[in-house]
Design a protein. Structure first.
Length: 295
């Protein structure tokens, strides 16, 4: 499954053969574009460093722009997303961390604007990146079409964050959320429930922190020890995995031993998050736009 024979120059790879798939028939509103591989951060629950290596390899901004121009030209009938600048195609940069190099992202954004490319885009980002980049860069994101970002938070417990080797500060989580709200960029907060020694108190800390962060959308998922991760090695050693049917790994089912009923905790977290007064929930335009992208 894994190999250390990695391709160094990703610009040499051909663009995806999208002509082989009738994208217009799938009801999709977003093109997916992969611009890099590998991740230098090495979170214990994440497959990326095991699968693609700790060394981050990336495509050039010019190469990425050429792919975006090609897919827009070749798929003029793809459904467009209604946003603040009217209807545009949506591009999801599917890299596990699109913003390892802010200089490269800045170059991509500038080229989008220089080439007159009218798109909306979203991506995965670390909270410490969003918390610490300049206002000018955030403005550039917005001007170039950034509509939404996925932020990996994982937990509201410092103990669990340390176990995940997440290397983020909770103050940066809150700062990143506040900055995106001010810029009018929607964001999803991603959380994981169920580490080995995660207690009732830790789980409650996560839902309370999620409410404090207050993302546009929230995702609570049960921990899945994936092959190639440090957590998987520990769970195998301690006989903590109850189901090796990979079809259940994306089903939301609990496949690990834990003293808490994690499926109930996921439901509880969603109910406590969404069943609370919040004026943004009355913004039907926002929900319509998000539904177009992620339905």
């Amino acid at each position: 499954m894994y190999s250390d024979n990695f391709i160094a120059d990703l610009d040499k790879l051909p663009f995806p053969a999208r002509h082989l798939v009738p994208l217009e028939k799938y009801g999709t509103h977003a093109f997916t574009v992969s611009t890099s591989r590998g991740c230098p951060f090495g979170c214990t629950f994440c497959q990326v460093s095991g699968k693609d290596g700790l060394k981050w390899r990336h495509r050039s901004a010019a190469n990425i722009i050429e792919e975006i121009k090609e897919l827009i030209k070749n798929h003029p009938n793809i459904k467009k997303v209604s946003g603040p600048e009217g209807k545009r195609p949506m591009v999801f940069f599917v890299d596990d961390n699109f913003m390892v190099s802010i200089e490269r992202v800045e170059e991509i954004c500038n080229k989008i604007m220089e080439e007159g490319i009218k798109i909306y885009w979203d991506a995965n980002a670390r909270v410490d990146t969003i918390a610490n980049i300049s206002e000018d860069i955030l403005d550039l994101f917005k001007k170039s079409g950034c509509m939404h970002l996925f932020l990996g938070v994982e937990s509201g417990s410092e103990k669990i964050l340390k176990s995940y080797n997440k290397r983020i500060k909770k103050k940066d989580v809150l700062k990143s959320a506040e900055r995106l709200k001010k810029k009018g960029i929607f964001f999803t907060g991603l959380f994981i429930l169920g580490y080995i020694d995660e207690t009732n108190s830790d789980l409650n800390a996560t839902i309370q922190f999620a409410k404090k962060m207050d993302p546009t959308i929230v995702s609570f998922r049960i921990l899945i020890p994936l092959p190639g991760t440090k957590i998987y090695e520990k769970y195998i050693k301690d006989d903590l995995i109850t189901d090796f049917n990979y079809f259940n790994y994306t089903s939301g089912k609990q496949i690990i031993k834990h003293k808490e009923n994690l499926e109930r905790w996921v439901l509880k977290c969603y109910m406590m998050y969404y069943l609370r007064p919040r004026k943004e929930y009355l913004d039907l335009g926002m929900w319509k736009m998000l539904f177009q992208i992620y339905r």
